[in-house]
Design a protein around this ligand. Structure first.
Ligand SMILES: [Fe+2]
Length: 470
């Protein structure tokens, strides 16, 4: 009898456990992936790695990278570094199948950072390009010439398909190399990278060893020389080191990377906007002032009314520090900016916000939290079909390693989260639909760890989660 009772108790306990477990799952907002990844130390590649190779030849251009050079996508900024001498500032370029070679002339700069002196950093804007065309370009004119190519975007318009890659917090570890390789080999080809900040992690080295800015530039050249990377500033771009006399934030980044900020009326390179095909992309600066009356606030306030969803249906915002994040790391760091700007995001029906900073992956529900005022106490995120989806994609693989600790239980605003390195693809098909997929590094190139069909908030503002094809 006693044994039978014991057995019954065990059964009851098991049943109770199962019920409680399912209740917890039901109460949780979304899915925390059970994926089991390799948890090994994330180690930077040594400087003699092949990916850091200096190109051969006297004063050969290195660290070649391009980015959009105007608002509309008809200009490209070409940047490169020459180490031995200044060399030529000229970019030679021509449209495929055209015999007419054109020349543009840029400028070069150098900077010192503590005991480091940079090479000659060249920036040259080439303008009046034709849409939807392949261009070849040559740098190092007159010395060691190197040739690359890129494709211009289609003319800005509502129904031109366009595919963006998403990478964040990349660094230069062995895992970073896997992330970039997976992006390159993804069968859905990204045409432009939206980079959400934290590039080289040179600041993790003694005295912010700026040689690691150079090695990073050489590492990513295999992508950045051939397609534009749209830059967002992260905290690892600050390079603020008063103890060694370096008191000007963003010094290495500002010298090495350009953004087309003036074209969109911005007064600093850290916040700006571009149009690219069917997308209007607003880049915000988590580490520049954003309170009322600040230049960034004033600029953004005037920026939203400029967005014409009939011309560019897809409104995308990039920032470094996420507003909706349920990892222990950097929890609520984006809160003050959220409080300032979230009502504008909802009012203007932003489709998606991509952020980095947290070294893991997370996708939110469409939620907003804009009802609060000092007296009403309403401070919980609620489902809101006018709100963006927030995606944290800071899982590029830098040497700081993965963010594995999460707040429990998973908040309702969090739809999917997983602590794995990876990248994502945002593929705009037309004015109503975009296909989104996140790829973890451990899988094959075509495998998607998380997917979602986005419905455009202006043209089809219905709930994606309840539809049969989501
Ligand atoms: Fe960061």
């Amino acid at each position: 009898m006693g044994r039978r009772l014991q057995g019954l108790d065990l059964c009851s306990l098991l049943f109770l456990g199962l019920v409680l477990n399912s209740l917890v799952l039901f109460c949780n907002g979304g899915k925390t992936s059970r994926y089991v990844r390799r948890l090994e130390a994330t180690v930077d590649m040594p400087l003699d790695s092949d990916v850091f190779c200096v190109p051969s030849g006297y004063n050969a251009p290195q660290q070649v990278h391009i980015t959009q050079g105007d608002v509309e996508g008809k200009a490209v900024i070409v940047s490169w570094v020459t180490q031995e001498a200044k060399g030529s500032n000229t970019v030679l370029y021509w449209k495929e199948n055209s015999s007419k070679k054109l020349k543009a002339h840029g400028k070069s700069t150098t900077y010192k950072f503590y005991n480091y002196t940079s090479g000659h950093i060249h920036h040259c804007t080439i303008r009046n390009l034709e849409y939807d065309s392949k261009y070849y370009y040559v740098v190092g004119v007159g010395q060691t010439e190197r040739k690359f190519w890129f494709f211009t975007p289609p003319q800005v318009g509502p129904d031109v398909p366009y595919t963006f890659g998403l990478i964040g917090d990349l660094g230069q570890s062995f895992d970073s190399n896997i992330t970039l390789t997976h992006y390159e080999n993804n069968p859905i080809k990204g045409q432009t990278v939206l980079f959400v900040g934290d590039l080289s992690y040179a600041d993790q080295y003694p005295n912010h060893d700026n040689n690691r800015w150079d090695s990073w530039g050489r590492f990513v050249e295999r992508s950045t020389a051939y397609q534009p990377w749209i830059w967002t500033m992260g905290n690892h771009e600050l390079d603020f080191a008063p103890k060694i006399g370096e008191t000007k934030p963003f010094k290495p980044f500002k010298h090495r990377y350009r953004t087309p900020y003036r074209s969109s009326g911005s007064t600093e390179p850290f916040w700006y906007s571009i149009k690219r095909g069917p997308a209007y992309i607003i880049v915000l600066a988590s580490y520049s002032a954003y309170g009322k009356y600040t230049p960034q606030y004033t600029w953004l306030e005037e920026e939203f009314p400029k967005v014409n969803r009939t011309e560019t249906p897809w409104l995308i915002v990039l920032m470094h520090s996420p507003w909706y994040n349920s990892y222990d790391y950097h929890y609520m760091e984006g809160e003050t900016m959220r409080v300032m700007y979230e009502p504008w995001f909802v009012k203007n029906k932003v489709d998606v916000v991509f952020a980095g900073h947290v070294h893991a992956y997370e996708r939110s529900e469409r939620v907003s939290n804009i009802a609060y005022n000092v007296v009403n106490g309403i401070c919980s995120p609620v489902k809101d079909q006018s709100a963006p989806v927030y995606i944290t994609i800071g899982d590029g693989g830098n040497l700081e390693g993965l963010a594995t600790k999460m707040t429990e239980p998973q908040p309702k605003y969090s739809a999917y989260r997983e602590a794995s390195f990876g990248h994502a693809i945002f593929s705009i098909r037309n004015r109503t639909h975009a296909y989104y997929g996140w790829h973890r590094n451990q899988d094959g190139y075509a495998v998607k760890g998380d997917t979602m069909w986005f419905y455009n908030r202006f043209w089809r503002p219905t709930d994606e989660s309840t539809s049969s094809d989501s």
